[in-house]
Write a protein that binds this ligand. Structure first.
Ligand code: SF4
Ligand code: SF4
Length: 93
């Protein structure tokens, strides 16, 4: 799936994300914290989302705390080189 970097899924989906307060200096999650994942509800902007030149950027995408999260594992139906269809759906809301 080709992401158009609209940021809509980081706003409109219910998803569990890394708790910003639990990310260690090396980019991993603090294993001692039971709240290392937090629930981001639909309609709430993810605390890791920022926009640069109009394009969505995930601040933690390159960190180890992102690995294995629902965002990391997210896939859409369709071919690998299909443009994301979900963003178009969100634009109709
Ligand atoms: S963690 Fe990153 S990819 Fe996941 S919702 Fe937040 S900004 Fe989007
Ligand atoms: S809705 Fe689709 S195009 Fe927009 S940021 Fe999410 S994956 Fe990318």
């Amino acid at each position: 799936m080709i992401c158009l970097r609209c940021g809509s899924c980081c706003i409109h989906l219910d998803v569990a994300v890394a708790n910003p307060d639990c990310i260690l200096a090396d980019g991993s999650l603090d294993p001692r914290r039971p709240d290392s994942l937090i629930f981001k509800p639909s309609g709430s902007v993810c605390p890791h989302l920022q926009f640069e030149d109009g394009l969505a950027v995930c601040r933690i995408h390159h960190l180890s705390c992102y690995s294995g999260t629902p965002c990391d594992q997210f896939e859409q139906i369709g071919r690998e080189d299909d443009v994301c269809v979900m963003g178009g759906y969100f634009r109709t809301l």
